[in-house]
Design a protein around this ligand. Structure first.
Ligand code: MN
Length: 503
């Protein structure tokens, strides 16, 4: 329920120079625009029109108000007329919410035969939006710019995408990640600076012992476990063996889920990591428990990888209400057959059916070679085909965070995969496997990623702009040479201080 009770505030800039009659028209036209946008199905969060801003003090008060209210996720500014931008400076210094600069106007067509000085004077957002753009860029304020007539569905679509990114940013700033155990021994990429993460994203990442989790698992109520098993039966095709001779294993897997959820909720956490090397007295490495909790909206990643867990939670929030979802993914195996060059992603257990499955996901039990615990119960499926799906890795480069995004086309396997007892996704990276992998490796992209079939690249681009974090995307237009150049430029840019980062 990430969008419930949330608002986006709509600020209209003008000034007193035009007189009360003109300002009445400004207010009426602003209302038309907001009402029209709010009718679009593409906007998950309602836009609230605020009174027209005409002077420096009211602008400052507006920005302080918007910044301090938890229900306000972002601010849209549109200059109906000419709103001299020195009036905006003191307010913009106070703004701590994501900003969208909407450049639009009320009339669709220039009224060629009737336009006079009065009309031109009143309807001059082409003029006002430029003055506003100047002060934002001069002050180094990052924002999404949307341009077009407000009745164009593309305008609503872009605003809707940004609203989702605002919700993702809000989720990051309120996120608490529960770590059961530390990072997997000797693994580099899943490490990272948790202090910097809290500074950049507002996310608190802390540790609880696996022994405490074991206690939570041991004290669950029988009826809660049975309710979760009923939920599994609805969502998954449960192997009959789990309902008969292996029922105890199924019961314990569901018991783990209830214990994990109770402990997360008790401490107000909405994302988690575990580590198969540190399970205390838990009998199984959580499989279906982690997979299903992601379907419920929690973030999850394995092996102590809190950064990917954050991405999964953010992805689930941004994509609320959309088909598909977010999941941990891990590159495993290439297919070099000509014309079918692909990559297969999977994990030992925990890829979430939130992604969407080609068939009804199956709930199965199989041995697991590592970890030395009982056979874990897991959901097995192949992610369903979809074009242009983002796969994101969040790395700590030592001096800064970097997001690397790979656009892929989810494809089908060229065989049965009948003896692979784990969830997987088969994908063709853009622009092609060879270019994509070389670019990925050069960016320091490693094996754990977050795949999102609910939201696309634009939500992540908006999110990274809001966060002020480096993002590089491998897509159909990427060449290896352009990629080298981009990484070099970014290394220079992010090592140089005092550059206003408006882009
Ligand atoms: Mn892994």
């Amino acid at each position: 329920m990430a969008f419930e009770g949330k608002e986006i505030w709509f600020a209209v800039g003008s000034q007193d120079l035009y007189g009360p009659e003109a300002l009445r028209e400004v207010a009426q036209q602003s209302k038309d625009i907001v009402d029209t946008l709010n009718k679009s199905d593409d906007l998950p969060i309602k836009i609230t029109l605020k009174p027209t801003l005409k002077d420096s003090d009211s602008i400052k008060n507006f920005m302080i108000d918007a910044s301090s209210r938890p229900e306000v996720l972002g601010v849209i500014c549109w200059m109906h007329t000419f709103s001299p931008a020195k009036m905006w400076i003191r307010g913009l210094r106070e703004l701590r919410k994501p900003l969208l600069q909407l450049s639009t106007q009320h009339h669709f067509e220039i009224p060629w035969d009737s336009i006079d000085m009065d009309f031109m004077n009143l309807n001059q957002s082409a003029h006002g939006d430029r003055e506003f753009g100047y002060i934002l860029s001069r002050m180094g304020i990052r924002r999404k710019i949307v341009f077009g007539h407000y009745t164009d569905p593309e305008v609503a679509r872009q605003i809707g995408v940004w609203e989702r990114a605002c919700a993702g940013w809000d989720a990051a700033n309120n996120m608490k990640v529960m770590r059961w155990g530390d990072n997997m021994r000797n693994v580099a990429v899943t490490e990272g600076d948790k202090v910097m993460a809290e500074e950049v994203f507002g996310t608190a990442i802390n540790t609880w012992t696996s022994t405490e989790l074991e206690q939570w698992v041991n004290k669950v109520k029988k009826e809660d476990v049975e309710a979760v098993i009923e939920e599994y039966k609805k969502l998954y095709d449960v192997d009959p063996v789990l309902l008969n001779e292996k029922y105890d294993s199924l019961y314990y897997a569901a018991q783990e889920e209830v214990g994990m959820k109770n402990m997360l909720d008790h401490y107000g956490c909405d994302a988690m990591v575990d580590n198969f090397e540190d399970l205390a007295g838990l009998k199984q490495l959580p499989g279906v428990a982690a997979q299903h909790l992601v379907q419920l909206g929690y973030g999850f990643s394995a092996e102590g990888d809190w950064k990917t867990s954050m991405l999964v939670r953010i992805g689930q929030v941004m994509g609320e209400g959309l088909p598909g979802g977010a999941s941990l993914m891990e590159d495993y195996s290439y297919n070099f057959v000509s014309g079918r060059e692909m990559d297969m992603g999977s994990h030992m257990l925990e890829v979430s059916p939130a992604l969407g499955s080609a068939e009804k996901p199956r709930l199965e039990i199989h041995p697991l070679g590592i970890g030395g615990k009982a056979d874990p119960v897991r959901v097995v499926f192949t992610a369903k085909e979809k074009k242009n799906v983002p796969m994101i890795i969040f790395t700590d480069q030592g001096d800064r965070f970097r997001f690397t995004m790979q656009m892929v086309d989810l494809d089908h396997p060229d065989g049965s995969l009948k003896v692979l007892p784990t969830a997987r996704a088969i994908f063709k990276p853009r622009p092609d496997l060879h270019t994509a992998v070389k670019c990925w490796l050069l960016a320091g992209g490693a094996h754990h990623t977050c795949m999102t079939t609910n939201v696309g690249r634009e939500e992540w681009e908006d999110f990274c702009r809001i966060a002020g974090v480096e993002l590089n995307t491998i897509d159909e237009n990427t060449t290896f040479d352009s990629w080298v150049q981009r990484l070099r430029t970014n290394d220079m840019y992010f090592h140089t201080t005092n550059i206003p980062s408006v882009a």
